[in-house]
Design a protein around this ligand. Structure first.
Ligand SMILES: Nc1ncnc2c1ncn2[C@@H]1O[C@H](COP(=O)(O)OP(=O)(O)O)[C@@H](O)[C@H]1O
Ligand SMILES: [Mg+2]
Length: 138
């Protein structure tokens, strides 16, 4: 297990840059944690490393369910499971196609459907600590 305590969005983005190095050839990253914990901030850091030209597009895909950032080197599929009712809903979102592709898949609210992730998924938990800092734990 690895963990970090971050005291700002910038520090969360630094952790994202570190983990991005493990995803340069694709991979799946499942994010867990409450509203406001820093998941979207983390994705911004991830995209800054993997496909910086897409950075302006990064926002929480809560309503759209998925955002796709197609960079020159890498495509990042950014999902948010918050509004999905059941696992069947996932099929129409392109989640399983994205898993079969060679890009990076990152999901917010992974706790909604924790069993849909393939072996080898990197699971990252966000906790807000009493002093307002965030603990990120792989
Ligand atoms: N250490 C930190 N890491 C990330 N965000 C932080 C941190 N400290 C405070 N914040 C604030 O928390 C909020 C995180 O928002 P966001 O990334 O959208 O959360 P989530 O996607 O988990 O709902 C932002 O307003 C950000 O400024
Ligand atoms: Mg979010």
């Amino acid at each position: 297990m690895e963990s970090w305590v971050t005291r700002s969005v910038g520090e969360t983005e630094e952790v994202a840059a570190l983990l991005a190095k493990r995803l340069e050839h694709g991979g799946v990253l499942a994010l867990y944690g409450d509203l406001g914990a820093g998941k979207t901030a983390f994705v911004r850091g991830l995209v800054a490393s993997l496909c910086p030209e897409c950075l302006p597009l990064v926002h929480s895909p809560t309503f759209a369910i998925v955002n796709e950032y197609a960079g020159k080197r890498c495509t990042v599929h950014h999902f948010d499971f918050y509004r999905l009712k059941d696992e069947d809903d996932l099929y129409s979102t392109g989640f399983f196609e994205a898993l079969d592709g060679d890009g990076v898949v990152v999901t917010e609210w992974s706790e909604r459907f924790p069993e849909v992730f393939p072996a080898g998924t990197l699971r990252l938990h966000f906790d807000v600590l009493p002093d307002g800092s965030r603990r990120l734990e792989v």
